[in-house]
Design a binder for this molecule. Structure first.
Ligand code: GLY
Length: 371
């Protein structure tokens, strides 16, 4: 591996040390948001269940620490009960199994993990609405026609399933969903809607909803980050330039709206303006997407995306990191989960920590992604 800048090496060391330290309490449980310094735990069915084991795998890949591996494997086994009960899972299946079974299969080549990830891909495929060409987001009566921008990050499980089985059906579903996002979620300026409601019978577009953003026409920063990374991953798997173009448009919108410290507000169009709270998790996820985009374009553009991704990660490390604190379990502070419902505002979030670690690992030269 080529030598990395000093701050990247330090950030990776701090990340590994902190994950190891926090692991002594969290073990094989499922943390979500760190409130007052302590990660609150969630059941295995919660959408974030993949991120802690994913973080353990990122560190294990470098350190081969067997205790981390055992906990990541235990987390994966705890998800098994969900694979036989479709009512307990939703479209977040992709987040959950990509970072558990998918990561373990990539690192260890384990056949049980491959089987689990394929079962998960089947469950995700079953959520496809063939009339509207979208993957249904959540369960519950009245939500049959809802699709959300986050789901772009669930598509890699389907692309992966087609590549390991040689069966293109998963790919067809993923690309139809991605095309629907292009057609119905994307705006002229590269920002995106969070939720689009379709008629589940006719497939007709009914309504755009604000969801976790400030308003239907605002620009939720994490949604924009899901779009940057999700569209560039769709391009990675398909080679369809429409996805690359979409990823670039969202990237330019995101970069142009960043405040001076390169870490986004929770919504780029919230009325609080410059006094709005940040969402560090959006910054971390977008940085991973920008680093992927940099690998997909010509030299000049590549430098711009890479520098932007690095600036975000450097700011997260140097201004948002909780490295010295013995009492804070999160890696990076100032994430915002759901501002409109005032849930977990200005806290550490496990997905912010995961994407921060993924981004730093990428800068360290660990180029294989779990997605
Ligand atoms: N709905 C997943 C998220 O909070 O981004």
């Amino acid at each position: 591996m080529t030598a990395q800048p000093q701050w990247v090496q330090e950030a990776w060391e701090q990340t590994k040390n902190k994950v190891k330290r926090v692991h002594t309490r969290i073990g094989d449980q499922f943390p979500h948001a760190s409130v007052n310094g302590t990660y609150k735990l969630e059941p295995a069915a919660w959408w974030t269940a993949g991120f802690w084991p994913g973080l353990l795998w990122l560190v294990y890949r470098d350190t081969r620490d067997e205790e981390l591996r055992a906990s990541a494997e235990s987390c994966e086994r705890q998800l098994d009960v969900l694979l036989t009960d479709a009512a307990k899972v939703d479209h977040d299946i992709g987040f959950m199994w990509t970072l558990t079974s998918g990561a373990r299969y990539r690192i260890l080549g384990d056949e049980d993990s491959k089987r689990r990830a394929l079962l998960a891909a089947n469950l995700l495929s079953a959520r496809f609405n063939a009339q509207g060409n979208f993957i249904r987001a959540w369960n519950g009566q009245g939500l049959e026609g809802w699709a959300i921008i986050d789901c772009l990050m669930n598509l890699p499980l389907l692309y992966w399933a087609s590549s390991v089985t040689g069966d293109p059906r998963y790919l067809h579903i993923a690309t139809r969903h991605a095309d629907t996002v292009l057609q119905h979620f994307y705006r002229e300026d590269g920002s995106v809607s969070h939720i689009v409601a379709f008629d589940p019978v006719t497939g007709e577009k009914l309504e755009v909803k604000g969801g976790q953003g400030y308003a239907p026409d605002s620009a939720w920063s994490r949604g924009t980050a899901w779009a940057i990374y999700g569209m560039s991953l769709s391009y990675q798997y398909t080679g369809n330039p429409a996805y690359l173009n979409a990823a670039k448009r969202s990237a330019h919108f995101f970069m142009a709206n960043l405040p001076e410290d390169h870490v986004p507000y929770w919504d780029f169009r919230s009325p609080e303006g410059d006094s709005a709270v940040r969402d560090s998790s959006a910054g971390a996820c977008a940085a991973c997407g920008l680093l992927l985009l940099a690998d997909q374009v010509g030299e000049l553009e590549a430098r711009m995306y890479r520098e932007s991704g690095e600036k975000i990660l450097h700011s997260l490390y140097s201004r948002y990191g909780a490295w010295e604190s013995e009492t804070e379990e999160g890696l990076i502070l100032h994430g915002t989960s759901h501002f409109p419902e005032q849930q977990n505002v200005d806290v550490s979030l496990i997905y912010g920590d995961y994407y921060f670690a993924e981004g730093i690992a990428l800068l360290m030269g660990y180029e294989e992604r779990f997605w």
